[in-house]
Design a protein around this ligand. Structure first.
Ligand code: F6P
Length: 378
């Protein structure tokens, strides 16, 4: 087999799998796929419980096929997850590496979002590793879709579907009362979930942090949207506005400002505009993964473990069309043409650009929504 280097009988390989940070639907699919592929290669598989916290505390359990059968249907992660402050310190990472060495783990597949991938890069930092040979490959898994150099992260599609389902329900009651609904969705600093779900749920407007709008611009945007809606025929007077959680202005404050702007100067006989806020919160992160997330988790994990077996390290497997990434920092997997092995340092740098708004991808998303803003509210 071209890139595979399973066990040649000399030293039995041992690969640890962990999920860390915010859980994402499809993580179980990735663990399952990685475990099954590794077993077929004769490699020992170790589940590391509760992410990096479990790694530095030695919370290990052997994983066999029976442990992963059926888990593809479950949301969350059966290995458990955690956010681990100790791991941010060098001493914590040294302890984690000691635990891995003691358990004979030579490679780790780390599944999670930005914090997890930053942790993966630090874990196999050559300067910190010394003479230890520990390979680490990361998979992007985050409902926020805020990881650089991957078209989609594991979990984003399920979260988007959950939001759309909730908005369809909210639309029913909003239409019945001609109300304005501000629906807040998760996404941390990233507006991707808000943007995509606004289109799929036929929202009238969407607010996301990347647009950098001032408070008065936001209030004015709602007022304009409501004025347009009032000109529609009766049934479609509902106004649905998706608000990303990472906005500087809280959604409840926006509601107050909007109600003041719309109702303060109303005449006595006017019907006052009623606004409601729904914060979807952690509902967006749970639930059975969609078929897409099951497939994405399975594909990325397949490529991830093949890469580890071939001796690759400090890489993330990104799901992106071939030829779209700088060749100096990435190469396509020979096992799956949509999966690229990308230098973790480059991934983290692009992620930082996405956060500060200088990434071409973020500029492009912002531009699209500027172009379609009026069309959304028609
Ligand atoms: O990163 C995933 C995410 O769900 C974000 O959308 C959200 O801001 C954050 O995690 C919530 O974190 P916690 O579950 O720790 O409150």
């Amino acid at each position: 087999m071209a890139q595979s280097a399973g066990n040649d009988g000399a030293t039995r390989r041992k690969v640890g799998i962990l999920t860390s940070g915010g859980d994402a639907p499809g993580m179980n699919a990735a663990i399952r796929s990685a475990t099954k592929i590794l077993i077929t290669e004769g490699v020992e598989v170790v589940g590391i419980q509760h992410g990096y916290r479990g790694l530095l505390k030695g919370e290990f359990r052997p994983l066999g096929a029976a442990d992963v059968n059926g888990v593809i249907r479950d949301g969350g992660t059966f290995l458990g997850s955690a956010r681990c402050l100790e791991f941010l310190e060098r001493a914590g990472r040294d302890e984690a590496r000691r635990q891995a060495r003691r358990a004979g783990i030579d490679s780790i597949l780390a599944i999670g979002g930005n914090g997890t991938l930053a942790g993966a890069a630090a874990l196999c930092d050559p300067e910190e590793l010394g003479d230890q040979d520990l390979k680490v490959v990361g998979l992007p898994a985050s409902i926020d879709n805020d990881v650089g150099f991957t078209g989609m992260a594991i979990g984003t599609d399920t979260a988007m579907n959950t939001i759309v389902e909730a908005c369809d329900k909210i639309s029913d009651t909003a239409s019945a009362h001609d109300r304005i609904f501000l629906v807040e969705v998760m996404g941390r600093e990233c507006g991707y979930l808000a943007m995509t779900s606004s289109i799929a749920s036929a929202a009238d407007a969407v607010f996301f942090p990347e647009a950098n709008r001032s408070e008065s611009e936001l209030v004015q945007a709602v007022v304009t949207t409501v004025e347009r809606a009032r000109k529609r025929p009766q049934y479609s007077k509902r106004v649905l506005i998706i608000v990303a959680e990472g906005m500087d202005l809280s959604t409840n404050t926006l509601k107050e400002r909007v109600e003041f702007a719309l109702n303060d100067s109303a005449a006595e006989e006017d019907v006052l505009v009623e606004t409601r806020v729904t914060v979807l919160g952690h509902v967006v992160r749970g639930g059975r993964p969609t078929a897409f997330d099951r497939l994405l988790g399975s594909r990325l994990a397949h490529v991830g473990v093949r890469a580890l077996l071939a001796g690759e390290t400090r890489k993330m497997v990104g799901w992106i069309l071939p030829g779209q990434l700088p060749a100096e920092v990435s190469h396509p997997s020979e096992f799956d043409p949509y999966c690229n092995l990308i230098d973790l340092g480059a991934v983290l740098a692009e992620t930082a650009r996405m956060n500060d708004g200088t990434s071409p991808l973020v500029k492009w998303r912002r531009m699209i929504f500027e172009q379609i803003e009026e069309a959304l509210s028609l």
